[in-house]
Ligand binder design. Sequence first.
Ligand SMILES: Nc1ncnc2c1ncn2[C@@H]1O[C@H](COP(=O)(O)OP(=O)(O)O)[C@@H](O)[C@H]1O
Ligand SMILES: Cc1ncsc1CCOP(=O)(O)O
Ligand SMILES: [Mg+2]
Length: 281
Amino acid sequence: MEENTIEVQQHDNQWGPNVWTHLSTVRQRSPLIQCITNFVSMDLMANTLLSAGASPAMIHSLEEIPDFTPHAHALCINVGTLTADWLPAMKSAAELANRLAKPWVLDPVAAGASSFRLEACLELVGLKPTVIRGNGSEIIALSKASVGLTKGVDSSHESSDAVEAATSLAQARGCIVAVSGAVDIITDGQRVGGAQNGVAMMQKITATGCSVTALIAAFVAIDPLHAFEATASALSIFGIAGEIGMGMAKGPASLRMHLIDSLYGLDQATVLHRVNIISLP
Ligand SMILES: Nc1ncnc2c1ncn2[C@@H]1O[C@H](COP(=O)(O)OP(=O)(O)O)[C@@H](O)[C@H]1O
Ligand SMILES: Cc1ncsc1CCOP(=O)(O)O
Ligand SMILES: [Mg+2]
């Protein structure tokens, strides 16, 4: 994989070409993505990355991090099935990624479900993720450092409820924050974008959130200097794959299959036609 960044256009009407450039660059360079993730998501996450053209590796033992993490182009850390013995590996990988200037992305699954989980997420946030992607409740819980504001791994908030929390979290931590939902919100603390692709049925497949976080890691891997654009692009692409997949699906199980097939088969004309990203006030 070439290590250079890619050229992106900053104007709203250039989102289509931007998104396509990100996807085609992932396909060309096939970045290696180290995923330290929960047991529920491993399969869908790895298949999402493969279908997008990236190379997933679910390698999480503390002993392997010094040898393996330096070879990864980005790291994805997800606390979904967290226990105390996973934390040292997560922290060690995040610290090493920082030392080597590699992007890393945090998925704070169910951040507000328990004090243990919230504390762990806050410790990880302190290790300077490039991007944090969660649902509305997770981002509000993290931003307010408050337990109880979530329905387990599912959100009890709309993404639009979390815009202020996302913006202040991004400002406080100097990272990109993305909130998934009917409209995916992306902010660097100044700019706020909305990716309006996707279908509601995606919430009925477990680990779609985890998988789009890993996809963000792949997109940021090939364009670390434009993490805002890379994050919006990944969310839009995953949403478009969901929209096309939904056209063939009968329910969540077949959507899961068609989403992966659609992601694999996306072409330039379809991406340019379907990308729906806007600037929010
Ligand atoms: N109401 C919706 N309409 C369209 N897409 C949605 C909707 N809800 C969630 N999604 C999409 O589903 C994926 C998972 O998001 P979400 O369910 O919010 O994450 P999580 O599983 O972490 O709670 C994202 O790509 C998001 O854009
Ligand atoms: C159900 C569940 N329980 C612990 S992690 C997990 C998967 C959550 O995946 P997502 O956040 O993508 O819905
Ligand atoms: Mg989630």
